[in-house]
Unconditional design. Structure first.
Length: 291
């Protein structure tokens, strides 16, 4: 099995984390406001059959974008984990290639994430405007990823998916990995309907796959029934060959442990066929992150 999404950091290297706790989308996080090293991650997954993992950028200061990748590469060189790195670059400037060139020397680089999600609720907001995926400069810059053989980890809410689809269509040679199955935050009947419609629009883009991860973000708990529903509905829209599992650790560690989380995902995928389960937990991640 492959964990296609986890973060590790050293708090002493991130001084802004040492101040008062700021509100976060996933609620109080004092329990994880500390070092989360690769040793602890390996303890968390011990005996669970996880064979490989991908590190996804954890929002270090933007001017430290190379330092983050360099440090994770050193961790991997020393421990053999993780097996791929998704770094950060700012795609909103005139030309992102100088940043990408700085990252290209790290062997485990597999992709880049710049979080584009915007929400009417300020707590859920990261980008400075909702239509950023439609920005022509950003689209031109993301298209450059094809020359590096890297993917783009796409993080948007349902109302942004029309623009996200336009982004994917403007960059047909780039693989887009939708984070957290589109971050369903409105679980009302109308909210789910809007999410399904937006997901179907994005799924029309053959270069978009989706990550099954972070389903506790807005409900702040490990809910096996919710996870099962999200797996079933997302697979129905994208197909299992375009879905991959991610733990979102250590964030989910706020309300659960890794064995419980993985058990919920395994149970949630029980209704699928063996080939579908293998795609979700192994082969899709192998393909899109070149593991």
């Amino acid at each position: 099995m492959i964990d296609a999404h986890h973060h590790i950091w050293l708090q002493k290297d991130l001084p802004w984390l040492l101040g008062p706790e700021q509100p976060r989308i996933f609620g109080p996080y004092a329990a994880i406001k500390r070092d989360y090293t690769i040793e602890e991650y390996l303890d968390d997954i011990a005996g669970l059959g996880i064979e490989k993992s991908v590190y996804v950028q954890a929002n270090w200061a933007p001017n430290w974008f190379e330092d983050e990748v360099a440090w994770v590469q050193l961790v991997a060189d020393a421990h053999g984990w993780p097996h791929g790195i998704v770094g950060y670059a700012d795609f909103t400037g005139p030309d992102v290639r100088p940043q990408l060139d700085r990252l290209a020397k790290y062997p485990l680089m597999r992709g880049v994430r710049q979080q584009l999600h915007w929400h009417e609720k300020p707590l859920y907001r990261f980008a400075n405007r909702p239509d950023l995926p439609a920005d022509p400069a950003l689209q031109r810059n993301i298209a450059h990823l094809a020359a590096y053989g890297w993917s783009f980890d796409l993080q948007v809410f349902a109302p942004q998916m029309e623009d996200a689809a336009a982004l994917a269509e403007a960059c047909p040679d780039v693989t887009f990995i939708l984070q957290h199955a589109g971050m369903l935050e409105d679980v009302s009947e109308n909210g789910r309907k809007a999410w399904r419609s937006a997901m179907r629009r994005l799924a029309k883009c053959p270069n978009v796959v989706t990550k099954l991860s972070a389903f506790g973000t807005f409900i702040h708990r490990n809910d096996p029934d919710f996870i099962a529903t999200m797996i079933a509905e997302t697979v129905k829209i994208f197909g299992a060959s375009r879905c991959l599992f991610g733990s979102n650790f250590p964030i989910e560690k706020i309300w659960t442990d890794y064995p419980s989380l993985l058990a919920a995902f395994r149970k949630g995928a029980d209704a699928l066929g063996e080939r579908q389960r293998k795609a979700i937990f192994e082969t899709t991640a192998q393909r899109v992150y070149r593991l």
